[in-house]
Design a protein. Structure first.
Length: 277
């Protein structure tokens, strides 16, 4: 009986030992898992520290640049103040007191040449403006002719469509020529503004006494030549536009007159046949 009881205890102890062994194995696995997670957390912490150092370095660099920008802005404000002071300074203090007879001969000849160029430039502008006025008058006549072109009292659908198409084509030509005229006017205005800009020619009084200030006006020969070339080119374009307008107007008037004659002939034939409705 005692032997049977001892065997039972040994069997129970063996089962308890196996159960404890399994629990120890599970605890070991859990411990290993926690070690791995701790290692990952330590690595993430290290990466975060590196990122923090990087961000801190970038922030320091940004602050340094920001300080530089502030210094540059302050310097820019100082320079703006200096420029404003220079611009607001009276122009008379910068003028050079010199009489006409004290100017060297070669400079006098250059000044006279520049004044002649200025006069020629103004004459070219006036000529081009006269062309524009003439062109405006022709536009008015062209529009009036287009408005006075009434459709015939009786015509076939095809003839009416053809005449309508011709009138629409004429209107398109008028609009295109108006656009070109407007562009030329804008270019002429720009040239006039450029001519009257700081490159305005000086005028010296030959009777000025010594020491009387003369108006300084630096002029660039190349700039004057460029302006004159532009004006000449625009004058040629305007003349070409005028010729084209006259040709187009003559052609369209001939075509419309021909169509009107054809429609009148058809009206007469229909009236002769007694089919005029």
């Amino acid at each position: 009986m005692a032997l049977f009881t001892g065997g039972k205890k040994v069997e129970k102890l063996t089962q308890d030992n196996e159960r404890l062994t399994k629990e120890v194995a599970k605890l070991k696995q859990l411990h290993d898992k926690m070690n791995r997670e701790n290692g990952d957390l330590r690595m993430e912490k290290s990466n975060l520290l590196i990122d923090i150092d990087t961000l801190r370095s970038q922030l320091n660099t940004f602050m340094e640049k920001y300080v530089d920008v502030e210094e540059l802005e302050k310097r820019a404000e100082e320079l703006r103040g200096q420029i404003s002071g220079f611009e607001s300074a009276p122009a008379a203090s910068e003028q050079i007191s010199i009489a006409y007879e004290d100017i060297p001969a070669h400079l006098r000849s250059e000044i006279e040449e520049l004044e002649e160029r200025k006069t020629a430039l103004e004459r070219d502008i006036k000529t081009k403006e006269a062309y524009l006025e003439k062109l405006k008058a022709q536009f008015d006549l062209l529009e009036q002719a287009a408005l006075n072109q009434a459709p015939p009292s009786f015509a076939s659908d095809s003839d009416t469509s053809q005449l309508t198409a011709e009138q629409e084509s004429l209107q398109e030509i008028i609009l295109e020529l108006r656009r070109q005229k407007s562009e030329l006017e804008e270019e002429i205005s720009a040239l006039r503004a450029e001519r009257s800009a700081p490159a305005e020619m000086p005028h010296f009084d030959p009777f000025a006494s010594f020491g009387q200030p003369a108006t300084p006006a630096p002029v660039d020969d190349e700039e004057m030549n460029r302006l004159r070339a532009q004006l000449t080119e625009k004058e040629e374009e305007l003349y070409s536009l005028q010729q084209r307008l006259n040709e187009e107007l003559a052609d369209k008037n001939l075509e419309i007159s021909s169509l009107r004659s054809q429609l009148d002939d058809k009206d007469r034939r229909i009236s002769a046949l007694g089919l005029d409705g």
